[in-house]
Design a protein around this ligand. Structure first.
Ligand code: MN
Length: 227
């Protein structure tokens, strides 16, 4: 196969204890999935889940330095558990949802909060607040065969060593199987899809020179620095 413009490589993430990598197909994100974060964003905590997306090539590898993005004065971190999908799932039940999971990682849903809120207030799409260059730092993937399905555990984010987010993934409003079941009723999930499962309370801004470290107990840790 040849193309009329230069082609590009698949975006991928390393897999722990494996030379082969996880190819990234699409990045789905869940909005407001922890009650305390929904409250800090001024929203009802019992709304049904909703989803937005980031472009696949917004992925940033663990340990990378990323530029401060243009068109924002309020650039926020959101530390999140990431689910890596390993098989097709369409309208899958909550009981079966774990079967389509390949593994888990830790991610950052980097957000131009000022752009997102302006869009929200005008009833416009969030894309330019959420889906911009380097907006999806993600750790290596840990397969289910190694870590199982984490249902509880501390999720923690520090900026320059200072704790900013400290919660437990068991406090998600919609847990992982419920989220997958719901999302798979909207779109067919496919192997390679990532789901960023939402952030707990404590979101805030970062500036040039800041280093973020996010961890989910029983999964792994992700480090990212703003250049
Ligand atoms: Mn988020």
């Amino acid at each position: 196969m040849s193309y009329v413009i230069p082609s590009w490589g698949l975006t991928s993430l390393p897999v722990v204890d494996n030379e082969d990598r996880f190819p990234v197909r699409r990045i789905y994100c869940i909005g407001r999935n922890y009650a305390e974060h929904a409250k800090e964003m001024g929203m009802d905590e019992r709304d049904p889940p909703f989803f937005f997306m980031k472009p696949t090539d917004a992925i940033v590898q663990n340990g990378a330095k990323i530029p401060y993005p243009p068109q924002t004065k309020n650039y926020h971190y959101e530390g999140e558990l990431v689910v890596a999908i390993g098989g097709s799932a369409s309208s899958i039940s909550v009981a079966d949802a774990n079967n389509c999971i390949y593994g888990y990682g830790v991610g950052l849903d980097m957000t131009r909060r000022d752009v997102q809120i302006a869009a929200r207030e005008m009833g416009r799409p969030w894309d330019m607040g959420k889906g911009f260059d380097n907006s999806a730092p993600c750790s290596e993937i840990l397969p289910v065969t190694k870590i199982g399905h984490p249902e509880e555990g501390r999720i923690h984010l520090a900026v320059n060593g200072e704790t900013k987010q400290d919660a437990d993934i068991k406090d998600m409003i919609w847990n992982v199987p419920e989220s997958i079941s719901y999302l798979s009723g909207l779109v067919t999930l496919e192997a390679g899809d990532l789901i960023m499962t939402g952030t707990p309370a404590g979101v805030g801004p970062v500036i040039s020179g800041d280093t973020m470290v996010v961890s989910v107990e029983g999964v792994t840790e992700l480090t990212c620095t703003i250049a």
